[in-house]
Design a protein around this ligand. Structure first.
Ligand code: SF4
Ligand code: MSK
Length: 679
């Protein structure tokens, strides 16, 4: 009886539970349709949970401490704000600044750990490939290997009898693998890649004492310093946060990007499609979701084998359709043109289509609720990583081992194919999808904007100096169910390109832009200001360049460094007319990225909120004082148009400081004159 009562009560609660308004939840039609379908089927998604559970008002401001069992201690701002001295403190006396700074740098450590552990896994696979312990992985891009070797102090030539000869590639690979893996735990020195930064920036890091010693150590030290009763000075805490974030951006993430390029190929522009409409009713649909391309590369390779396609046909399917979610999507999109099924917030919806025969996940940004949704359909949910399992009993774990990579990938794909026949009759794939060009990077920007022979950033710099391109923005990051899916991403990006700001995108912003059709050269004529439109038309590039996944934010740092090297725009990253943005951030990785952007000299604006609002002194330190140390600073603006305008104002300020503001006025005057003539 008691059980029955409980069930009745649960049903009553569920009946009363508020549901998301699909149109208010997402700007994407397909997403709206799938949210409505989920609600009709009585399956909850993140969109419904977001209206049912509000965030904690104290946690959101960064002023709840649970670093010891005397707490949690919450130190809310008094009504009317702080008047006079701020006397708030936890049981141990920790001030609001200390609490917020500790929380903030723990987020940096979480983000840096995620990116860097991804990098470590790639480095380990790279080591296996260099030692020839696996047939599945090999050095695919020798040029990239040769280009990164000198940064690890690995020679690419050797002198034999007074003659300089090319070194054996296998030897180089092995040495790079050893040096790269050592970056996580070396006992002395500093990270090799720091010297890739412009010299004045490297000097700033030296002077302020924030050069990372090794990647793991900086993460560990954040955890030590934020333990109860250790570092209690917000400035000293964020100094370590900075060092940890640099170990991510100029360490773990950058190594991940480079070694992935060596193993799987440096991306060059290619065309694909984006959004849930890429799934096909008559195909076996396999959705890969997560971050590390080590597995997804194998899934791509095996899914193209003739015998596997034949096997799919023998089960009644016309073929195999792969699609990606989150950064796995970005990885296989940029290297193979595999379509993107959607962003972070669309992961449950891929299963709600009823057409997902298998969802294969690895690490980061994977909802545990996928398992509950999968229970309602035939979908096989397959976890693959030893560090990322799920408790629900319908989840299948196929532990991926790089030594048996192809076999593991084949096992997973055959499981999906076998599952095709178990589909229910009701499949609903929203028909919407867009064409998208991806695969840009430091190398391809050089080629596209510099020409085959010049192979440089001069043309990009010329166009910035003459004002056709007003500046460059890195717009990156997640979705967040606390705001309308994709709307801030798209509004910020459209406002920027309308004002002649070239956008470099990664992560879920990249997928959002792809879904909106902004990753095509044709979109320039529709959305861009006249200067940027002219450049895009002349060189045939989209106004939004997709640079890959979250770890590939390192490509943005290196592209900016190339701009400095090409000359005419200052000597340091902070001199450039550039800005960073994460309009819909949610992940700890975003905080780490934000901090390393700031510490690299980039003015960086976040949307929504920052978990620092409850500690105004610490917040001011991030948004005002850090600029004096590194040339970059944090800012916050939830309104996407104002958000973009802040970035544009910063770009204009930098143009003025460089003395190139007048050039832009002339360009605009030329355009206006031309339009007047045409009129
Ligand atoms: Fe409270 Fe201090 Fe313990 Fe944090 S460390 S929970 S502020 S007593
Ligand atoms: S996947 S970290 S939601 S960008 Fe890299 Fe998207 Fe953010 Fe995950």
């Amino acid at each position: 009886m008691a059980e029955l009562k409980k069930v009745e009560e649960k049903k009553a609660v569920e009946k009363d539970a508020k549901l998301a308004d699909p149109v208010a939840a997402s700007m994407d039609l397909g997403t709206q349709e799938l949210i409505a379908r989920a609600q009709k089927l009585n399956i909850d998604t993140v969109f419904d949970r977001a209206v049912q559970m509000k965030p904690c008002n104290i946690g959101i401001q960064g002023i709840c401490c649970k670093n010891c069992a005397m707490g949690p201690c919450r130190v809310p701002l008094p009504k009317g704000g702080i008047q006079g001295e701020d006397t708030r403190k936890g049981l141990c006396g920790a001030s609001a600044n200390t609490i917020a700074a500790r929380n903030f740098i723990r987020m940096i450590a979480g983000g840096a750990a995620a990116h860097s552990d991804h990098g470590r896994n790639v480095a380990e696979v790279f080591m296996s490939a260099a030692r020839k312990q696996t047939d599945a992985y090999r050095i695919k891009d020798v040029n990239k290997l040769l280009s990164i070797a000198p940064h690890f102090d690995v020679a690419t030539t050797v002198e034999v009898n007074g003659e300089v000869q090319d070194r054996n590639v296998d030897e180089i690979a092995l040495e790079v693998a050893e040096k790269a893996l050592n970056e996580w735990g070396k006992a002395e020195g500093e990270l090799y890649y720091l010297k890739r930064a412009p010299a004045p920036l490297y000097e700033k890091w030296t002077k302020t004492g924030v050069k990372p010693r090794n990647i793991d150590r900086e993460i560990v030290e954040v955890m030590h310093r934020t333990h109860m009763g250790v570092d209690q000075d917000y400035k000293n805490l964020i100094k370590q946060g900075t060092r940890c974030s640099l170990a991510d951006g100029w360490g773990g993430s950058m190594i991940a990007t480079d070694l992935q390029d060596v193993l799987f190929g440096t991306p060059y522009p290619l065309q694909a499609e984006s959004n849930m409409g890429i799934m096909k009713e008559d195909h076996v649909n396999i959705i890969v979701h997560g971050h590390e391309p080590v597995l997804s590369e194998m899934i791509v390779a095996v899914s193209q084998k003739p015998e596997i396609i034949e096997y799919a046909k023998s089960k009644g399917a016309k073929g195999i359709q792969l699609g990606g979610i989150c950064c796995t999507a970005n990885e296989i999109f940029q290297r193979h043109g595999v379509p993107q099924a959607g962003t972070y917030l669309q992961q449950e919806l891929a299963i709600i289509t009823g057409a997902c025969d298998a969802m294969v996940v690895d690490v980061q940004c994977v909802f545990q609720n996928l398992a509950n949704v999968a229970k309602c359909f035939h979908t096989k949910l397959i976890t693959t990583h030893p560090i990322a399992k799920m408790e629900q009993d319908n989840v299948i774990h196929v532990e991926f081992d790089e030594h048996y990579a192809l076999e593991d990938a084949e096992r997973i794909i055959r499981m999906a194919i076998d599952n095709f026949q178990n589909r229910g009759s009701e499949v609903m794939i929203p028909p919407y999808k867009s064409v998208a060009i991806g695969g840009f990077g430091v190398e391809s920007i050089q080629y596209h904007l510099g020409g085959t022979f010049r192979g440089s950033y001069y043309t990009l710099n010329d166009n910035i100096i003459n004002g056709r391109i007003r500046g460059v923005a890195g717009v990156v990051g997640c979705n967040n169910a606390r705001t309308r899916h994709n709307e801030a991403h798209i509004t910020v990006v459209k406002e920027l390109i309308k004002n002649d700001v070239l956008v470099l995108t990664t992560g879920c912003n990249g997928i959002a832009c792809a879904m909106e059709g902004l990753l095509t050269p044709e979109s320039a004529a529709v959305y861009c200001g006249p200067g940027l439109a002219e450049v895009c038309e002349t060189v045939g590039i989209p106004p939004v360049l997709h640079l890959g996944s979250c770890v590939d934010n390192s490509r943005i740092l290196l592209a900016a460094t190339e701009v400095v090297k090409a000359g005419g725009l200052g000597k340091d990253l902070c001199d450039l007319p550039v800005a960073g943005s994460a309009p819909e951030w949610m992940s700890e990785k975003a905080i780490s990225i934000g901090q390393y952007f700031v510490a690299s000299g980039v003015y960086t604006v976040f949307g929504l909120h920052l978990p620092t609002a409850g500690a105004p002194v610490f917040h001011d330190y991030l948004s005002k004082e850090l600029e004096k140390l590194y040339g970059g600073r944090w800012d916050l603006e939830a309104d996407p148009v104002k958000h973009a305008q802040l970035m544009i104002a910063h770009i204009d300020k930098k143009r003025k400081e460089l003395g190139i503001d007048k050039a832009r006025e002339r360009v605009l005057m030329d355009m206006a004159d031309r339009q007047a003539l045409e009129g």
